[in-house]
Design a protein around this ligand. Structure first.
Ligand SMILES: [Zn+2]
Length: 328
């Protein structure tokens, strides 16, 4: 199968790619062949041993019939992404019972000898949107999910931003709206973005299912102002070309996204004259892939892992010597 970069350059023929979307309630694995998902399996998420055993068994049926060229994993976090770390591909401290330290990639690598890549669910979804969805052409791309939690993936030059760990955009602290007494419900920070904007936060604020609260309820003004402030922080931080907002808020209530630009623009204070309301409306949109962004994200991680291996020789740093400093 010819593998193409978003720019269109053919990379190399590759075979099958398997992708695993590791989620809090279920694991979805998909098999990709020549531009299409050709098989799928689902495993309920329980404790790590039972879950990963069932997953490996299912993947092994594909592998034994026809080995895949790479395996990509899109995981809930936090997860160690530094390939040089001893706990690469393992979950870090997580509120999910039993999963702290779960050795996801090591368990898969014991059975499957192909390259295995892993990234966060949101970075992976960003990669999928960049390749196939509404992120195409946006070299600086943010993918936000605002649902059970608030998370964000960041691509720069089409590559996911990692850093020491990976961005945790949902835990950015926001300046509170004047007079708002809702205390927020993040278990770590109370009134961070997640503590103010997630589905459970909105339910706690409204005392009702958010979808049942009419759009003209004035309490939505506070929520939209919080969301706009969150986006202002992200616009300043990452200079995105596009911001995709998925999850319960983004996909469930498009009117929220539509109301944001007019609130965001004054927050930016004219600092970016080119970002008028029209430009912000074009920049901030819902994702294009819907729920398929999860499994396709895992496939995109597998593809990126292969591409990185192909480029490795060219990209290797020349030497470890310090540069010579010549005074003028
Ligand atoms: Zn938080």
């Amino acid at each position: 199968m010819p593998l193409k970069r978003p720019g269109g350059d053919e990379v190399k023929d590759i075979g099958l790619i398997a992708g695993v979307e590791l989620g809090g309630t279920k694991v979805v694995a998909v098999l990709w062949n020549d531009g299409a998902i050709v098989d799928e399996l689902r495993v309920p998420t329980r404790d790590p041993d039972a879950t990963l055993d069932d997953l490996v068994e299912g993947l092994a049926r594909w592998w034994d019939a026809n080995p895949f060229a790479a395996l990509g994993v899109a995981s809930f976090g936090p997860v160690t992404l530094d390939p040089a770390a001893t706990d690469y591909g393992c979950l870090r401290t997580t509120p999910k019972p039993g999963w702290t330290g779960a050795a996801v990639v090591p368990r898969l690598a014991r059975r499957f000898t192909c390259p295995i890549g892993i990234d966060t669910d949101v970075n992976s979804a960003a990669l999928a949107e960049y390749r196939w969805g509404r992120g195409r052409g946006a070299d600086s791309l943010l993918y936000l999910t605002i649902g059970t939690g608030v998370g964000g993936g960041v691509l720069q030059g089409g590559r996911p931003l990692h850093g020491r760990l990976h961005p945790e955009l949902g835990h950015i602290l926001l300046r509170r709206q004047p007079g708002d007494v809702f205390e927020g419900n993040c278990r770590f920070h109370r009134d961070c973005a997640e503590g103010l904007l997630s589905g459970p936060a909105l339910r706690a604020r409204f005392g009702a299912t958010p979808a049942d609260v009419p759009a003209d309820d004035p309490r939505w003004d506070i929520v939209i102002a919080d969301l706009a402030q969150f986006l202002a922080v992200l616009v300043h931080s990452f200079a995105p070309n596009r911001i995709l907002i998925g999850g319960g808020v983004g996909m469930g209530a498009p009117w929220i996204i539509e109301r944001v630009p007019s609130v965001l623009m004054p927050l930016l204070g004219g600092y970016y004259p080119e970002l008028d309301e029209q430009a912000l409306t074009a920049m901030i949109t819902s994702p294009g892939l819907g729920k398929t962004a999860g499994p396709l994200g895992a496939i995109a991680v597998g593809m990126a892992t292969l591409e990185d291996l192909m480029e490795e020789d060219m990209a290797r740093p020349v030497s470890g010597a310090a540069p010579l400093w010549i005074s003028p």
